[in-house]
Write a protein that binds this ligand. Structure first.
Ligand code: NAI
Ligand code: MG
Length: 492
């Protein structure tokens, strides 16, 4: 794949167009196609299948058959070998995967490359977990024996968002497969391709047919029937709160297990004794990576008054200096994923402007300065926001940072916790007691101290409050795909 050819509008070769079911690409039963767009130019670049409920039925059937006949019986060490091989193949195909990911999402190429490296790591990490799923023994009285085993949940469904397609697919498929589950994944209709490419690589790595299936299409056509399918044992959903609530309601009919990774409005607390440069870098990356379309984005800066003026001024000049452009040109800042997203972001900022908000930088829709094309929103910082303002309370899912001024550490903590979300939080301070007591007192699933986004696949991730429940990543992540069976026996 040649980047210059793609940017010149030449057709992109090698993109799968069907669903991946029972070990091969097949056309959709309904025959309906959809277009996927390049947000950097705002044009469609390829077609893919808009699936139907009958495609979902076939995929679930194939996953069920593979679960019963092969995968759950495959020795753990063999599962590990296949997942390790998958990691190697992801690395061998990293360049192509990253180009497709950047093109389909809009994100800068180096971010897409990082996501692909992360996907390989997820398979490698969970390969190592396959043969370490060991149960417990229980101290029963003499004459009894009690023990537990981990069993795979069964057929698991994975609903993937458009902001981190390959990462989210990998971080949820790898532990499910490690546990012995078989899977049906539904990528977002904005970004269908890397999940299909990943399924092909898994097959090449030796995954038996039917173990991993991918159905592309809309939430209504494919996502909803998949969640409602009586033969799906668990749904892992990453996306918006509203859709997550619908998924949970629908799953209730069959008492299907759910893991929900929903949105966030995560604070980055910067105290006056922070390492200044590190905090500046951290705050910039926390909000402007992937143009702010990150569930764990640090979208609320909570800063101690003593350093507020200088810090915010430096933050604004660093923001203005960022290069903007098409993702494949690898700028520091790329487009947002869709016109819908653009509209949502500008709606928030325009309403704030009408309320008299202090927009320090950005605040407008823009285009790629090189071509005048694409769906871009300027990186935006809004000064001194009130804690109950819509901009502070609602997830914007775009490059908009709000600033809240804290008088002291206690005030900072209270601002940080004033949210209906609880996904992650960042803390910048060199005072170890402040760092650790805040880490204890902030209601969030994950805390980053002195480096936002620190950690990798090893660290459990997931939300509190409206951000959802269940944990992915880490060993917790693989346990999400297991059922504990307890056995108690009288043996005398
Ligand atoms: P969404 O939550 O509707 O979409 C996420 C995934 O769910 C997609 O694969 C979609 O096709 C699927 N889906 C939609 N309706 C479904 C249903 N009834 N049953 C099963 N699956 C369904 O999010 P959308 O509309 O793409 O974005 C809207 C907002 O959601 C964004 O502006 C952002 O605020 C938030 N969002 C949050 C994400 C996160 O990582 N937490 C990721 C994507 C969006
Ligand atoms: Mg796209």
């Amino acid at each position: 794949m040649n980047i210059e050819d793609i940017l010149a509008g030449k057709p992109v070769e090698g993109l799968p167009t069907g669903h991946f079911v029972n070990g091969r690409l097949i056309p959709s039963n309904g025959g309906e196609m959809m277009e996927s767009f390049d947000p950097g130019r705002g044009v469609a670049f390829a077609e893919f299948s808009n699936g139907t409920a009958s495609d979902v039925d076939e995929a679930v059937e194939s996953a069920r058959a593979a679960f019963q006949t092969t995968w759950r019986k495959t020795p753990a060490a063999e599962r590990a070998q296949i997942l390790n091989k998958a990691a190697q193949l992801i690395r061998a195909n990293a360049e192509q995967l990253a180009i497709v990911e950047s093109l389909d999402c809009g994100k800068p190429l180096n971010e897409a490359q990082g996501d692909v490296r992360g996907a390989a790591r997820a398979f490698e990490y969970y390969a190592g977990a396959c043969d370490k799923l060991q149960g417990d023994t229980f101290p029963l009285p003499d004459g009894y024996l009690g023990y537990s085993t981990y069993e795979p949940v069964g057929v698991t469904a994975h609903i993937i968002p458009w902001n981190f397609p390959i990462s989210t697919t990998a971080r949820s498929l790898a532990p499910a497969l490690a546990a012995g589950c078989t899977v049906v994944a539904k990528p977002a209709e904005q970004t269908p391709f890397t999940a299909l490419l990943l399924a092909q690589l898994l097959s090449e790595a030796g995954l038996p047919q039917g173990v991993c299936n991918v159905i592309t299409g809309t939430g209504a056509n494919v996502g909803a029937p998949l969640v409602a399918h009586p033969d799906v044992d668990q749904v892992t959903f990453t996306g918006s709160v509203v859709t997550g609530q619908n998924v949970m309601r629908s799953a209730a009919d069959n008492v299907t297990r759910v893991v929900l990774e929903l949105g966030g409005k995560s604070p980055v607390v910067v105290l006056k004794d922070c390492n200044y440069e590190r905090a500046l870098d951290g705050v910039l990356g926390a909000i402007f990576e992937n143009a702010g379309q990150v569930c764990s984005a640090g979208s609320r800066l909570v800063i101690e008054r003593a350093i507020h003026d200088r810090f915010v001024e430096d933050l604004c000049s660093r923001t203005k200096a960022m290069s903007i452009g098409h993702g494949l040109r690898d700028p520091q800042f790329g487009p947002v994923n869709s016109p819908l997203q653009l509209e949502k972001i500008s709606g928030f900022v325009d309403r704030a402007r009408e309320r008299g908000a202090d927009i320090l930088t950005g605040g407008a829709v823009t285009t790629d300065p090189e071509t005048g094309q694409g769906w871009f929103y300027e990186p935006t910082i809004v000064g001194d926001c009130a804690r109950d303002d819509e901009l502070v309370q609602e997830e914007i899912f775009g490059p908009v940072l709000t600033v809240q001024i804290a008088d002291d550490v206690e005030h900072a903590l209270s601002l940080a916790n004033d949210s209906k979300y609880g996904l992650v939080a960042g803390i910048y301070t060199q005072d170890v007691s402040n760092a650790l007591s805040m880490a204890r007192d902030i209601d969030a699933g994950q805390i980053f101290i002195n480096e936002y986004f620190a950690g990798g696949i090893e660290v459990p991730f997931g939300g509190n409050k409206l951000s959802g429940f269940g944990r992915e990543k880490g060993l917790e992540g693989v346990k999400s795909y297991c059922k504990i069976k307890s056995v108690a026996a009288r043996i005398d």
